[in-house]
Design a protein around this ligand. Structure first.
Ligand SMILES: Cc1ncc(COP(=O)(O)O)c(C=O)c1O
Length: 375
């Protein structure tokens, strides 16, 4: 018997934001310290009533339902109906522990379902976890070009890649660009190519250009919408989300996830019910982000960065002067004490941009403006 060939193993790739560590001391050297506008982590409070439920649900003792309690699924479905105009049956919706784990895990599970496929299609400028999910599953990540209108250019997908595709990711409003994709076209493309379309809609409440939209408006067959309380309700710390749409796909995924022990904790499920039911706190949050986006854009323009307001989301996607994103990142750290992300974190096509997340209180943004000499 021969020894098995030693495996090269898997070296974890660097976490994108860790690459900003060297710049942090530059920003932190300012009096008042660093103003971190890099990671899209909410800073504003969730509703008190929701936090109260976390401590008083009495849902700690038993195991929570992996698929989500009936109340959790009803509350999420009720929100979809009210806000996005789509009625779902309970078996069309299941819980996830925030959505990042779902995004990163999906290629692996879809591959088990159809081992003949090995490719994840995702927008060329996007949240890094779509491509990372492919990498973690040993699958191929193939970027779909994003057109000048910010939409996925599905006509550019090679037929050979479509034939191998486990899924197509779309993200609208998009992180980092704030663009709105053509969700009807994505659903149609997926059905025509027998590729599940996964529509990450976690910024839908922060749609500025018209009403919020979901892919499920265009039917549920072969598509899933993915939603989260992290951004909507400033609850990134409790980890609550859901996926909804094609009943067969929801059944398959939720059964698999039950075997693997993916469960939103009971108190979190109870709190999520309260969060999905309340819209007033979201309206308040929309106004906060709208004002911060406008102010941050004004400050950037005053220092020569010609940035447009996004159609959705809470990021500014700013073209760097002379296309040198790292120079702008460094300048904002050195002169403004602010940390922002270079666009290459979201794919090579984004390399000439920086992303500014308006996730700091107004007085902190004003501090950056002051340091930059902007009135
Ligand atoms: C586009 C997009 N999808 C998903 C997530 C994950 O959010 P969560 O896991 O908190 O639901 C994020 C977080 O930044 C995001 O920007």
């Amino acid at each position: 018997m021969t020894d098995p060939t030693p495996s090269a193993g898997f070296t974890p790739p660097p976490y994108p934001y860790d690459r900003l560590d060297a710049l942090k001391p530059l920003a932190d050297a300012h009096e008042g310290g660093i103003v971190d506008l890099s990671v899209g982590t909410p800073c504003d409070p969730p509703p008190d009533a929701v936090v109260q439920v976390l401590a008083s649900s009495a849902a700690e003792r038993g195991y929570p339902a992996s698929v989500g309690s009936p109340a959790y699924r009803e509350a999420a479905a009720g929100w979809m109906a009210r806000r996005l105009g789509v009625e779902l049956a309970p078996q069309q919706l299941a819980a996830c522990i925030g959505t990042k784990e779902l995004v990163a895990g999906m290629p692996h599970w879809l591959r088990l379902r159809d081992p003949s496929r090995d490719t994840v299609l995702y927008p060329a400028i996007s949240y890094p976890s779509y491509a990372m999910g492919a990498e973690l599953a040993g699958a191929r990540a193939v970027a779909v070009p994003v057109g000048p209108d910010g939409r996925s250019d599905l006509g550019a997908v090679e037929p050979s890649d479509a034939a191998r595709a486990l899924c197509l990711w779309v993200n609208s409003p998009a992180n980092p660009t704030g663009e709105l994709d053509d969700l009807a076209a994505a659903a149609e493309w997926g059905r025509a190519h027998a590729v599940p379309v996964l529509s990450d809609e976690c910024y839908v409440e922060f749609t500025w250009d018209g009403p919020g939209r979901t892919i499920l408006e265009h039917g549920t067959e072969g598509v899933l919408a993915v939603h989260s309380l992290s951004k909507r309700s400033n609850l990134a710390g409790v980890r609550a989300g859901f996926y909804a749409g094609d009943a067969d796909l929801v059944h398959y995924l939720s059964e698999l996830r039950k075997h693997a022990g993916f469960m939103v904790p009971g108190p979190v499920q109870a709190a999520a019910v309260a969060a999905w039911a309340d819209q007033a706190h979201v309206d308040d949050q929309r106004e906060r982000y709208r004002a911060r986006l406008a102010r941050a854009a004004e400050v950037l323009r005053a220092i020569g960065v010609e940035v447009a307001l996004p159609a959705g989301g809470f990021y500014l996607w700013a073209p760097a002067p002379e296309g040198d994103a790292w120079a702008l990142v460094r300048r904002l750290a050195t002169e403004g004490g602010a940390l922002v992300s270079p666009g290459e974190f979201y794919g090579p096509d984004g390399a000439a941009f920086v992303r500014v997340a308006v996730v700091q209180p107004d007085d902190r943004l004003e501090l950056v403006a002051h340091r930059l000499g902007v009135a």
